[in-house]
Design a protein around this ligand. Sequence first.
Ligand SMILES: NC(=O)N[C@H]1NC(=O)NC1=O
Length: 172
Amino acid sequence: MDIEKFSSMDFGEFVDVFGNVIERCPLIAAAVWSQQPFSDLEDLEKHFFAFIDALPQSGQEGILRCHLDLAGSELQRPLTAKSQREQSGAGLTSLGADERLRLVELNAQYRARFGFPFVLAARFSDRTAVPRELARRLLCPPAQELRTALGEVKKIGSLRLADLLRADPAKL
Ligand SMILES: NC(=O)N[C@H]1NC(=O)NC1=O
């Protein structure tokens, strides 16, 4: 998809295409649309991230709460298609019983400590690194952890945006 195409989409089309760049947060795409035209991918990305950065803490935590747990999520709501692909690429949808139990426990401890689910860009990770990173981040101070988690949201958003802009518009 070229820059002219995504810089001139009407509102409905833009939200349909970019509504899940930030997991289950179409409102962010809805707000970014009004910043058209965009000069390039970096410019578009900048608007998504500026919106996140400008939110009060309750809004930033709300974005994190729109994510499902990494692994174990079939116990909650169904994953979005993008999240499913990311998690299965990291081997998180085919864990053994022990690995799964460990992650479920760590996820529960993390939620109890911070009040939002653990978020990590699964495409930069794998089934052995995820529990290690989760255990490490569990020990971080809350303000630092909020920043780390939002950084992961941005990494996921960057990868999703790059995929969308590479995609054939007819297949979106
Ligand atoms: N909980 C969580 O990190 N979920 C996200 N991670 C990722 O790579 N895709 C997601 O949906």
